[in-house]
Design a protein around this ligand. Structure first.
Ligand SMILES: Cc1cc2nc3c(=O)[nH]c(=O)nc-3n(C[C@H](O)[C@H](O)[C@H](O)COP(=O)(O)OP(=O)(O)OC[C@H]3O[C@@H](n4cnc5c(N)ncnc54)[C@H](O)[C@@H]3O)c2cc1C
Length: 208
């Protein structure tokens, strides 16, 4: 399968990480954006049924290796009355702090690009696709087949969807990351403050 435009997965909880892992395994380019910048606990009973365990095994995750504890009984309480019965299926309990990280690692192992500590601010339909507004300050790479520039993103309503505006002027714009010049030096000197006519089709991707 060819790798086209990357799929964007927003949120690296159990659902997002599992989707990213499966997409990457199927050969898709995937970028997963997770707001938290590291492992953290979640509000959750941390009960995992045997059925769910099969999905984890499918991704190469062994619950015991994450410190999972087997659950064998179910207990119901109402007032002073308590009823206990064996669970009709195998189950266990595992820390979400560990489980979510294991799923993110499984996604990364399969080739998904994991971006932590940044969030998607808004998502809106745009030009037959979707536009995701990311947090300001993300490190990005702006590139085309002539070269690339590294920059920090600033998301603003003043720049329409699908357009990238670089305010560097020629001092930055004419110096490609590969060291080459975008236009001859003489042409650059003619427009020291930058020139709107010098526009180009570019791609934008996260950079590390
Ligand atoms: C009290 C309680 C007990 C529960 N007990 C159980 C249980 O015992 N067993 C069970 O199977 N389920 C339980 N659940 C349900 C379970 O927690 C959820 O079904 C599960 O967490 C959903 O996974 P998710 O990946 O969809 O979302 P989440 O686990 O919530 O993950 C979403 C992720 O997206 C990130 N994110 C959010 N917004 C953005 C953004 N704009 N940009 C980037 N990242 C973003 C968040 O940081 C988060 O990591 C319980 C839920 C609650 C509330």
């Amino acid at each position: 399968m060819t790798r086209g435009a990357p799929a964007l997965v927003i949120g690296g909880g159990i659902a997002g990480a599992a989707v990213a892992a499966h997409l990457a395994q199927a050969g898709h380019a995937v970028v997963l954006v997770e707001r938290s910048d590291g492992p953290h606990h979640k509000v959750c009973g941390e009960f995992v049924s045997g059925e769910a365990a099969l999905y984890l095994e499918d991704l190469g995750i062994e619950p015991a290796a994450l410190g999972a504890v087997r659950m064998r009984t179910v207990r119901l309480g109402a007032g002073r009355a308590v009823a206990t019965a064996p669970l009709p299926f195998p189950a266990f309990s595992v820390s979400r702090r560990r489980l979510d990280e294991a799923l993110l690692a499984a996604a990364a192992e399969r080739g998904a690009e994991i971006r932590r500590g940044r969030g998607v601010r808004s998502l809106a339909p745009c030009d037959g696709g979707w536009r995701a507004d990311l947090d300001d300050g993300d490190a990005i790479r702006i590139f085309n087949d002539r070269g690339a520039m590294d920059a920090r993103a600033q998301v603003t309503d003043r720049v329409p969807a699908g357009v990238v505006w670089m305010r560097d002027g020629w001092a930055g714009i004419n110096t490609l990351t590969n060291g080459g010049r975008a236009v001859p030096e003489a042409a650059a000197k003619a427009f020291p403050g930058g020139q709107a006519a010098y526009e180009a089709r570019v791609e934008v991707a996260f950079s590390s």
